[in-house]
Design a protein around this ligand. Sequence first.
Ligand code: ZN
Length: 422
Amino acid sequence: MNETMAKRLEERLVRYARIDTQSDETSETVPTTARQLDLQRILKAELEDLGAADVELNAAGFVLATVPATVRRAAPTVALLAHVDTASDFAASGVKPIVHRDYRGGVLTLPGDPSVIIDPAKEPALAARRGGTIITADGTTLLGADDKAGVAAIVTCAELLLADPSIPHGRVRLCFTPDEETGTGIGHLTLEELAADVAYTLDGEALGEVTYETFSADRAVLRIHGVAIHPGKAKGRMVNALTLAAKVIGLLPQYARSPETTAGREGFIHLVHLQGTAAEAELAFILRDFELDELEAHGEALRAAADAVAKLEPRAKVTCTITRQYRNMRYWLEKDMRPAELALEAVRRAGVAPIEVPVRGGTDGSQLTERGLPTPNLFAGVHNPHGPQEWASVEEMGRAVETCIHLVRLWAEEGPPAAKGR
Ligand SMILES: [Zn+2]
């Protein structure tokens, strides 16, 4: 990576991180917060200045743009996506980015809250960045490099492509999305608007990470209706819904598949919400697995627990409703693995050993892939997202930019991928 590129990446991440773009799960507006548009307007103007084509900020809050093709033959259109919103898990306004130049390899102490340290002894990824440039917040907020490092990398990639028409590539679409953290944004983007044959999100963590597997996900809601009556006259008549809810929860550990007992390729049942009165109670669960039959088994285990409690107390009414959330992108990608294979090759050409990790969660690419647009996820140079110890490496962001340049070159030599439908 040359010095100019490093300067651009650093300057962009610092500038974007200062803008509060926190999304809000509880909001019903589109996008969930208007402040995300503060950054979107800046990105739109920046892409226009760089000479990108078709630059627009649409009504749903997405910024879209095109880098025109430099090859004459019909090459697939590649889209690069990153999200502008930051997580609601931690303070995200008034971010004061700190640039640690020529990192010496020691513990990073953050001046806004000296109790927050980032320790290379606990983080091999940081220890490996000695001599590089690290960007952190000041200890009182998250940094928001998730995913503004991805945004900065894509803008910088577009700048390089637009400035150098000798790089052979097909049409490249750029897309900056709101509300990834709430999971509600990408549903408002149509594939017609994105107009690409293959896409990549830059939202991964470990250097070299290429993700083409995510969880498959369902949500379950269990409702228990008891029998309410004045507690003074309740003997033999009251059926307490909360007591039954506790029994359901008590049955689940026998299944032993919860987030705190599983890792790697194992899935789980996770109780995420519980509310109620003696009269009625509601329990919400998320079910996760890489394999569909296993996901179904988690649903069955939950139903079995509900049935067991219903049998114990026939006067209660227990219902269990399972709804589909998203599916593992591998089911579609395995028909044509080129989107993943070319990404792995691009990472290698950027001088990095690729890491193939299944994500224990979902990405915007899970939805896009399911809708017919293959969308693996690539690293963006971010570590420890969603908290005060978040940090980004300018060198790793540079590798992400180089990976994207190699990727669009590689696709210029290929025919379109075949992942539509299933
Ligand atoms: Zn992210």
